[in-house]
Ligand binder design. Structure first.
Ligand code: HSE
Length: 429
């Protein structure tokens, strides 16, 4: 029997999730167990990017969370109410919940998780922090054997986009904000993002997972980026820093029974792994013992990325529902038996860097070019860099070529009287 989903909301995230679940080729076969049973929307009249049977779509969201046949409620409507009440009702009705709602979890996590524990069901929230970046599950599972010292993140794409543009263009905050709004990178009301509130919600969730305790959101110190000026960015640059809005949760330096949880613009040394995270991307650096440093990087928002995170939670719950004493957990067991087809290296398409030592005589570069051309190898650059003794040193970088064609060209080149040797051959990314 399939696992029945009741999805609350068909905005960007809901639509992305439905699309992912409807287009299953190449994805985990366990998704075939999922049935999109009900989708709750505000209005039936809106045109949609996904096709769903008429009887699946409803405006009665209460009916979804009260429907005894629904196994998992996927809350992707956002906002505080009615999201909170619907999540709580679903949990009390014994349904597992998947949510992308960082604002609701950061404010009502205590109530939501207490209710879930009492009902014996799960609330999964991979999409709530870092969009498509898997960071919740790693903190709950793979990294949980470590003693975590610090979690430091760039967890808001809007502010990272604005700061990156201020840095690269030398522009003012206000000018970039207006342009970001025009381009759709910032909301019409940008408060939650630029004042650091969205990042505060997210770091309170990460802190809770990393340090194993609940966090009162009001204890999270929060400063946004409105006061960051282009002058500060220019001085920071001269001093070897970039300015990033960091969300930080770490053990307090003088009393490790306490945490420091904060969001503020921060000068980050250029060599630090978070310094090169630019544009709308997010990254979360986790530091602990004995692991050292691990960094998660990726798209922090967007339909596809967030749908990936929501669907991975759904998959986890499907695996849980399918696991019994008779069945292994399909996500932990190896469930495939067939071998993958691997393309031989000759069929790989890549760029090449090659260094030739040749006699210094007329026409050598021409002959090289002709041989490459004979085998469909297109060159990106050819430079004669100097001499090694009597021999000229010629470096060639190709465009993307089939390795087999490149090797044939090289074999022909090796027969040329002018070629002494080919000391280096490297692939270029
Ligand atoms: N508004 C968020 C950001 C995206 O700019 O990162 C969703 O969490």
């Amino acid at each position: 029997m399939g696992v029945k989903l009741g999805i609350l909301g068909l905005g960007t995230v809901g639509t992305g999730t439905v699309q992912l679940l409807q287009e299953q080729t190449g994805r985990n076969p366990l998704l075939q167990e999922v049935e999109i049973y009900r989708v709750g929307v505000r209005s039936l009249d809106k045109s949609r990017a996904v096709e769903l049977p008429k009887d699946v779509i409803t405006t009665d969201l209460e009916a979804i969370v009260n429907d005894p046949t629904v196994d998992i409620v996927v809350e992707v409507m956002g906002g505080l109410e009615p999201a909170r009440s619907l999540i709580l009702k679903a949990l009390r009705n014994g349904k597992h919940v998947v949510t992308a709602n960082k604002a609701a979890i950061a404010r009502f996590g205590d109530e939501i998780f207490t209710t879930a524990n009492q009902a014996g069901v799960y609330v999964l929230l991979e999409a709530a922090v870092g969009g498509g970046i898997p960071v919740i599950q790693p903190l709950k599972q793979s990294l949980s054997v470590n003693r975590i010292h610090a979690v430091t993140g760039i967890v808001n794409g809007t502010t990272n986009y604005i700061l990156t543009r201020m840095q690269t263009e030398g522009s003012n905050f206000n000018d970039v904000l207006v342009d970001a709004q025009r381009l759709g990178y910032a909301e019409a009301d940008p408060t939650a993002d630029v004042d650091g509130l969205d990042a505060a919600d997210k770091i309170s969730i990460l802190a809770s997972l990393a340090f194993g305790g609940r966090i009162h959101l009001q204890d999270v110190y929060c400063e946004g980026i409105r006061q960051v000026s282009k002058t500060d960015i220019a001085y920071a640059e001269k001093l070897g820093f970039v300015i990033k809005l960091l969300a930080i949760a770490k053990l307090h330096s003088s009393d490790t029974s306490k945490l420091s949880v904060r969001v503020h613009p921060t000068l980050v040394p250029k060599a630090h792994p978070l310094a090169s995270i630019n544009g709308v991307y997010n990254a979360i650096l986790v530091e602990g013992e004995p692991i050292g440093q691990v960094m998660f990087f990726g798209p922090g928002a967007g339909a596809g990325a967030t749908a990936s995170a929501v669907s991975s939670d759904i998959l986890n719950l499907v695996a849980t529902l399918k696991t019994s004493t008779a069945n292994l957990n399909p996500l932990l067991a190896c469930s495939h038996q067939d071998y993958c087809q691997i393309a031989p290296i000759a069929e790989v398409v890549t760029r090449f860097y090659t260094r030739f030592l040749t006699r210094d005589q007329p026409g050598v570069i021409g002959k090289l070019g002709t041989c490459f051309g004979n085998y469909d190898v297109s060159l990106e650059s050819v430079v004669q860099t100097g001499f090694q003794g009597e021999l000229a040193e010629i470096v060639v970088v190709t465009h993307d070529v089939r390795e087999g064609d490149f090797r044939q060209a090289l074999a022909e080149i090796q027969t040329l009287e002018a070629i002494d040797s080919i000391p280096s051959l490297l692939r270029v990314l």
